[in-house]
Design a protein around this ligand. Structure first.
Ligand code: TRP
Length: 449
């Protein structure tokens, strides 16, 4: 087997793993979800769920990853003694590789829109109307071109390997992302109307907290946000150094991901209400707050345009932020099939990254050309159905198939007292019973709706 590579430091791993977790999901759905679901009360519920349910599932992936030191297919197919467990493991692993790749194929398309809007800020500043028009209008040519640019960036980073590619770029990009966020927060809070947004975002309305629908959708959001289910965190876990304390590191990743989602709300909500002050429509006809593509590609650009000269700068900063958030996530998706291919076939990582990247880009192109027919369907099949199902199987493997003493020994390598810790009292029953059952509840909810 080739030299697998590993993260050179704890900080490097933290940047890579939080880079994977913090993505478009955090910035465009967490804030509006919060505002429409009881403000501060939702933030509190999300926080509790993230730690009590998503965190154990994240730990299952990190521990299995570091224990097996391999990609998801080899990790799961080598877990059990019986051939049934081996076959289920292999099938689950391959399905995870497929789903990670398909998620990347639509994610790269969306990330391409961010890059197009980033250039649009430049075109607007240069008063270059025709370019501005093309860059901001939905069209197959624009979509494919920018998706290919974004895919090239992703391939470029992953081709350089763990330490010189993923870790190096995450260490550069994540601090840049946080700096940009803080600057944007400071600016939008000065806009007229901003405090109305803040109030809606932060003041808790506890009457909504017992709504089961709300809790379940918060849980779904937490699973997507922590990149769970498809082997992303498993493969990142397989590159963590042996002496690292896994439960503490995983907790930090969960904490940072949640904190950044929270910070994103301090940009989005004040900006939305500043837009309303300028006369823009910020509610849908059904009374819910505008979210998703409508928010990012229509409402916010209109707000930026109404700001005058500084609007070009703010728009440039905002779409740079989105592009960075997307890139540190997309590299973690591409690493899943690339790690599998490199460990399975005798070819260099560089070459395989280009081959796998090209295949995924071909899928993106198919999606772009048949956008109306395919896009929503593909998003639902991968994120709503496949991710939770895979999450269940991974928890079941961690709880029932892997040898418990070996997993404990793995944790003890960086945490000598693990055996007597609260973590070791709670985590095993969690992955055995609670996590699978609760994911089934989320899944049932997704199927019924
Ligand atoms: N967590 C990222 C976000 O919030 C997306 C992401 C990265 C992801 N890797 C993943 C989602 C793997 C599902 C599976 O946008």
């Amino acid at each position: 087997m080739q030299n697998r590579g590993q993260f050179s430091s704890r900080f490097g791993f933290l940047m890579a793993a939080t880079g994977s977790a913090v993505g478009l999901g955090n910035i465009w759905s967490f804030p509006t979800n919060t505002a429409s679901n009881g403000g501060g009360a939702f933030v509190l519920a999300y926080f509790i769920l993230a730690f009590s349910l998503a965190y154990p599932a994240l730990m299952a992936e990190l521990i299995i990853g570091r224990h097996t030191r391999s990609n998801i297919v080899a990790a799961l197919s080598g877990a059990g003694q019986r051939s049934l467990a081996r076959n289920v493991g292999k099938f689950t692993g391959l399905y995870g590789v497929l789903i990670a790749s398909v998620i990347l194929s639509f994610y790269a398309l969306v990330a391409g829109w961010m890059m197009a809007h980033l250039l649009a800020a430049v075109a607007a500043a240069a008063q270059y109307e025709r370019a501005l028009d093309w860059l901001t209008s939905f069209g197959t040519a624009r979509n494919v071109i920018f998706c290919s640019l974004f895919s090239l960036l992703t391939i470029f980073v992953v081709a350089h390997g763990i330490e010189r590619g993923i870790e190096r770029w995450s260490r550069r990009l994540m601090p840049a992302l946080i700096t940009l966020m803080l600057a944007l927060i400071a600016y939008v809070l000065t806009l007229p109307g901003a405090t109305t947004g803040l109030q809606l975002y932060l003041l808790p309305d506890f009457s909504q907290i017992s709504n089961p629908q709300l809790l379940i959708s918060a849980l779904g959001q937490a699973f997507f946000s922590l990149s769970l289910g498809v082997g992303t965190m498993m493969v990142y876990g397989s590159y963590i150094r042996a002496e690292e304390n896994l439960p503490a590191t995983g907790a930090l990743v969960t904490l940072i991901d949640t904190a950044i989602a929270f910070l994103a709300g301090l940009i989005i909500l004040p900006a939305l209400f500043a837009a309303q002050r300028k006369g823009l429509q910020i509610y849908n006809t059904d009374g819910s707050l505008i979210s998703g593509p409508g928010l990012i590609f229509e409402t916010l650009p209109m707000l930026f345009a109404a700001m005058g000269v500084i609007g070009y700068l703010v728009s440039f900063a905002f779409f740079t932020l989105m592009t960075i958030a997307a890139l540190t996530s997309s590299i973690s998706m591409l690493e899943v099939p690339v790690a599998y291919a490199t460990e399975r076939f005798e070819l260099s990582r560089r070459r395989l990254t280009w081959i796998v990247g090209a295949l995924i880009f071909t899928c993106s192109t198919v999606l772009a050309v048949n956008f109306d027919a395919l896009f929503d369907l593909v998003v639902d099949v991968t994120t709503k159905y496949s991710q939770p199902l895979l999450g269940i199987v991974i928890c079941v493997f961690a709880g029932w198939v892997f040898n418990r003493n070996r997993l404990l020994a793995e944790i003890q390598r960086g945490y000598p007292n693990a055996e007597h810790s609260l973590f070791w009292k709670l985590w095993p029953p969690y992955v055995r019973y609670f996590c699978p059952l609760l994911i089934i509840a989320v899944f049932a909810q997704a199927v019924i709706h």
